[in-house]
Structures are given as structure tokens and as C-alpha cells.
Design a protein around this ligand. Structure first.
Ligand SMILES: *Cc1c(COP(=O)(O)O)cnc(C)c1O
Length: 374
């Protein structure tokens, strides 16, 4: 047989191949880059605010930038593979054994490690829906089946229905609190009740990406659950409250065997030395960072109240974003926002998620929302 590279009838600039890709990927969305605010301006040439990714609007603290610069001097070297310094700092900060901490490239990276560790073809992963967009993707990549349980009418997890969805094939249940993109937190007592009915060989992941923004005392405390239940894994991130979204560093609390599995499924050297150093320094400067979080929480209340006064029905949010249920008007509203310089995140046919950001961006949202109703 003639190897194909010897034939001369090949397209000299091929775009596709005949490579056999895994079937599990066929149903996954292809990457569509989001719009960025950089270098753009609105129709009326005012500033453009990107409030579509729940990022922290504050620039990095000078002290964090300093350690980043220092760490970048050794970027010719591989980082500490197990992020020992960071793991120790997290373990001290949260009073857990270092063996119970696993890190990854953002908490989405850690979630992928969790799913790789627990689920594959033939298994089922239960999660609420609508919830975090990454869930169907990471589950899909694993080959496991997504079992989506619709939210309640007030945009909260339906834990009873999630419990009823558990079968012999269930390997994982994902709980997102506060829920992205709708905002409500799961309540602690609801979770304790739910866990009574979850088999102890099923891992329950509590994704607390917005934990630092939670003010409701009834909200689930993932760390407390982890201390009590061996089948709980808590996901946390430096991306939101700590303002390190661009550096990709997240972590999990889990018991020995699970945490060990998360280290096995991690991308080797995934968390860069720069990211490790910035995360450690962010823990050192937590008090300062949490003042910023407090300002965002105050802005959240202000925006929520202003929009409700305009007549909007908004699910109670414990995160750094607001959910506007717009149904068929979703894309139209997002377009109007875009024209005015506010880049929001539309979920076609359902609603828009808008991050609480700097006061100017929040004022702009309040203005656009008022005009929309007027
Ligand atoms: C933003 C977010 C994350 C964090 O993602 P990183 O990978 O840590 O940047 C995780 N879960 C949810 C629900 C989120 O909204």
C-alpha cells in the first residue's frame, strides 16, 4: 500500500481530515470566543464595560503584581508540580490537612479532574439546569451522560428532584451554590436533608466559586459539609473574589482517596509558578481583597433594589451577578446593552446574566433597564 504522504493528489492546504475523533465530542459546542471590551467603544463612543464573565472589576493589588513579577523571573523552569507552597497556605487558611487539598487550572480544571476521576462512558452525572455552562462540556468530554434537573420556579436547585434522579449509574452530583447564572444559594439544611438520601459511594461536588460573596447565613457551608461527609468535594477558585481569573488557579477540598485521585488526573504542571505565587500572596492579602468583595456586595444590593423598584422580578442573588429573565427578548436586550457599552451574557430564550462591577457599569445597567421598561 502506498502511504498517503507519497501521493501527490492531496489538497495542499487541507482544512479537515479523516481522523476518527471520539463520538462523545460530536454533541459538544465548538468554541466561540466571547466579545471583549478591549479596544472597543460603544455606539455613542462612551466606555465599554465587560460584565459578561463575572470577573472582578478591580485591577490586581500592587503587592500581588510584585510577586508575579518576581515569580516570572524563573519561568524558564517548570513550576512546583504539586504546588506545595500554595497547598500548605490553603490548608493553614482553612484548617484542613494538606492531603485534602488539590489544585488545578481554575476550578473548572479541578472539576474536569473530578469528573475524570469518577465518571466515564455508561455513568451518569446529575446537575441542576440551567446552571454553569462548563458542566455539560466537562461531563460530555468524559463520555458520561448528563442528567439535567430543572431549577424550581424561583431559580433554585430542586434537590428533591435531584435526589429522585439518582440511579445505580450515578457517580457524581454537582451542586452550584450560588447558582450560576441565576444567583440563589442552596441552603445548608436542605443539603443536609439531601445528603441523607445520597448513597455514600456517590461523590457530591459543591461548587462554591462565589462563596466569598455569600451573605445569607442559611447558605450551604461546603467546608462544614466536607468535614462531616466523606463523599463531599468542595470546589473553590481564585478567579472571582481574589481577582486572578487570568492566571487559572482553583482548588478542592476532598478526603484522602478523592483528593489523591484529583492529583492523579491533573494536567502535570498545569498551575504555573506565577499563578501559585499570586494565589499565595492573595491569601496573605485576603483582608484587603475582602474589602473589595464587600464593596461589590453593597453594589449588588443597590443594583438589585433599583431593578426591583423598576418592576423587574429578579431571583435573590448571593453571587456577583444578577439574572434577568427575559425569555424571547433576551437577545434583543443584550443587543441594546451592547449598543450602550455594556457587554452582558445572554442565554438565548432564557435571560441575561450581568456581573456586578464598577459603579459606572452598574449605573449604566440601571439606566438601560429603566429605558427597556419605559
Ligand atoms: C466562574 C465559575 C467557576 C470558576 O472558574 P475558574 O475555572 O476557577 O476560573 C467555577 N464554577 C462556577 C459556577 C463559576 O461560575
Amino acid at each position: 500500500m502506498t502511504p498517503s504522504h507519497d501521493r501527490d493528489d492531496r489538497d495542499p492546504h487541507p482544512h479537515t481530515s479523516r481522523v476518527r475523533l471520539r463520538e462523545a465530542l460530536a454533541n459538544l459546542p465548538s468554541y466561540k470566543p466571547g466579545r471583549s471590551a478591549a479596544g472597543s467603544s460603544s455606539a455613542d463612543a462612551g466606555p465599554v464595560f465587560k460584565v459578561s464573565s463575572n470577573e472582578n472589576p478591580y485591577p490586581p493589588l500592587p503587592g500581588v503584581l510584585e510577586v508575579v513579577e518576581e515569580a516570572s523571573r524563573s519561568m524558564n523552569r517548570y513550576p512546583d508540580m504539586f504546588a506545595t507552597g500554595l497547598v500548605d497556605a490553603i490548608a493553614r487558611r482553612f484548617d484542613v490537612p494538606a492531603a485534602h487539598v488539590a489544585t488545578g487550572t481554575g476550578s473548572v480544571g479541578v472539576l474536569q479532574q473530578v469528573i475524570q476521576a469518577c465518571a466515564a462512558e455508561g455513568d451518569e452525572v446529575i446537575y441542576p439546569w440551567r446552571s454553569f455552562e462548563a458542566y455539560p462540556i466537562v461531563v460530555g468530554i468524559s463520555g458520561a451522560r448528563s442528567v439535567r434537573v430543572p431549577l424550581t420556579v424561583d431559580a433554585r436547585h430542586d434537590l428533591e428532584a435531584m435526589r429522585d434522579a439518582i440511579t445505580e449509574r450515578t457517580r457524581l452530583v454537582l451542586v452550584c451554590s450560588p447558582n450560576n447564572p441565576t444567583g440563589p444559594a442552596v441552603h445548608h439544611d436542605e443539603m443536609v436533608e439531601f445528603l441523607k438520601d445520597v448513597p455514600d459511594d456517590v461523590l457530591v461536588v459543591v461548587d462554591e466559586a462565589y462563596r466569598e460573596f455569600v451573605r445569607d447565613a442559611r447558605a450551604v457551608d461546603g467546608l462544614a459539609l466536607y468535614r462531616r461527609y466523606p463523599n463531599i468535594c468542595v470546589l473553590r477558585t481564585f478567579s472571582k473574589a481574589y481577582g486572578l481569573a487570568g492566571l487559572r488557579v482553583g482548588f478542592a477540598f476532598a478526603h484522602d482517596d478523592v483528593a489523591d485521585a484529583l492529583r492523579k488526573t491533573a494536567v502535570p504542571f498545569g498551575v504555573s509558578g506565577v499563578a501559585q505565587a499570586a494565589a499565595v500572596e492573595s491569601l496573605n492579602r485576603e483582608a484587603e481583597l475582602m474589602q473589595r468583595v464587600e464593596s461589590l456586595v453593597k453594589e449588588r444590593s443597590r443594583v438589585q433594589e433599583a431593578l426591583r423598584a423598576q418592576g423587574w422580578r429578579i431571583p435573590h442573588t448571593e453571587a456577583n451577578f444578577i439574572w434577568l429573565e427575559l425569555g424571547e427578548e433576551t437577545d434583543h436586550f443584550a443587543e441594546k446593552c451592547g449598543e450602550a457599552g455594556l457587554i452582558v451574557r445572554p442565554f438565548g430564550g432564557e435571560g441575561c446574566r450581568i456581573s456586578v462591577a464598577e459603579p459606572e457599569a452598574n449605573d449604566l445597567l440601571i439606566r438601560i433597564a429603566a429605558e427597556w421598561r419605559g
